[in-house]
Design a protein around this ligand. Structure first.
Ligand code: SF4
Length: 399
């Protein structure tokens, strides 16, 4: 295998049978996700599996991650993409960074894309350097969220706009493609606020922008405040207006709107996330990490201690397994494809699932086209402009 060539062979140690109707390329794991759960503190809207950084916890966690990598990464397997997410991977101590490089270095060799998530306030050159040198990081995904003090405070973020600029400079100095995350539809946010955030975003010339509307996930501090009437989410129509504003600005600036929440400059679209949207195979390591292998979805223990204990006992840290029945898999593949600007490409869909989408979804497509949220033209089935704003409703119809 030459570097930069995706492996289509079945890595030793990974499942070898494949569901009927699925071609090899659609399920062989090509992406590796690694969850690093440490954050300086939990943001009030966040529902991810995170924990404060403590050196003893970090040591135990990385020892467990090494065991999991040894058990689940076959020696000859070289993923096409590696995504270091969390949590905040760049929050690791210097010792933790060296250990992570030891654990993942061999698998990362030859990966075409290696993404590192970072917090603008805590990204340091002395940690970024070894990660770039040791794991071949190519992209930095920076949680900017906003550039305005009042919105950052409202989101409970502790970084400032200057931190984002400093981290962007650091990314450039290390030759990394910069991806910025922005959050919109924050309570009280006006169109002018969003325009200012987009101005600041574009001024940093990122290669990629991810745009998320603020959600109130059950159990989060924000959701409790919503239930207590202290926080009022922006109405859905207002969220759609803000999204349209951002979408038009980014498109006018030369970005391709290639997935509902994602915009990239040509040639800078996230390869790793595209694996998810193709419903392709991937392996996830770390607490709460999900994998999609052999038509099964596996989820690791969410709690750091449960995750580490399982590995220390010599067990795999898998908490849940869901075998996707073939019908659910076809529906899921359609839904994921419709989230992308490419939409459903019928020939590819048939190759991947064994079904002609126009036949399988004849009733659903007819209804969705009739109400104007779906369009079937130029050989592709895609969401219409209106459908993009109503993607969740389309998903419910298909799933
Ligand atoms: S930095 Fe990111 S992962 Fe960590 S708590 Fe905040 S939103 Fe969650």
């Amino acid at each position: 295998m030459t570097p930069n060539t995706p492996s289509l062979s079945v890595p030793k140690g990974l499942p070898v049978a494949r569901p009927p109707g699925l071609p090899l390329e659609a399920w062989t794991p090509r992406g590796l996700y690694v969850h690093l759960p440490f954050c300086a503190r939990r943001c009030p809207y966040c529902e991810f599996a995170v924990t404060p950084l403590r050196q003893d916890v970090e040591r135990r966690y990385l020892a467990a991650l090494a065991l999991e990598a040894e058990r689940r990464i076959p020696p000859a397997w070289r993923p096409t993409t590696l995504y270091l997410g969390g949590g905040t991977p760049a929050e690791l101590t210097g010792e933790g960074v060296s250990r992570l490089v030891q654990i993942l270095g061999p698998a990362a060799q030859g990966a075409r894309e290696v993404t590192l998530e970072a917090n603008p306030r805590t990204l340091l050159a002395r940690k970024l350097g070894p990660l770039v040198a040791g794991l071949g990081v190519t992209r930095l995904s920076l949680g900017a969220q906003s550039f305005q003090a009042k919105l950052l405070a409202g989101l409970g973020r502790f970084h400032r706009a200057e931190d984002v600029t400093r981290a962007a400079v650091l990314a450039r100095e290390h030759g990394l493609a910069l991806s910025l995350d922005l959050i919109f539809a924050v309570p009280g946010q006006t169109s002018a606020d969003l325009e200012r955030d987009l101005d600041a975003t574009l001024a940093l010339e990122p290669a990629h922008v991810s745009l998320y509307n603020l959600t109130f996930e059950p159990g989060t501090a924000f959701d409790k405040r919503r239930l207590a009437g202290e926080l009022v989410p922006q109405p859905e129509e207002r969220q759609a207006e803000l999204f349209d504003l951002a979408r038009e600005r980014l498109k006018a600036a030369g970005f391709l709107h290639y997935e509902i929440s994602n915009f990239g400059r040509p040639g800078q679209l996230s390869l790793h996330n595209r694996l998810y949207w193709r419903n392709a195979g991937y392996l996830g390591l770390g607490n709460s990490a999900a994998s999609h292998l052999k038509g099964e979805r596996l989820s690791n223990h969410r709690d750091v201690a449960d995750y580490a204990s399982a590995l220390e006992r010599g067990e795999l840290p898998i908490a849940e397994r869901e075998h996707l029945d073939p019908d659910a898999k076809v529906r899921e593949t359609a839904y994921l494809a419709l989230r992308t600007s490419e939409g459903i490409v019928p020939e590819r869909f048939e190759r991947d699932t064994g079904h002609d989408p126009r036949v399988f979804f004849a009733r659903e497509f007819a209804r969705l086209c009739e109400i104007g949220v779906l369009q079937d033209r130029a050989g592709r089935i895609q969401l219409s402009g209106r459908g993009v704003s109503l993607a969740d409703a389309v998903a419910r119809e298909l799933l």
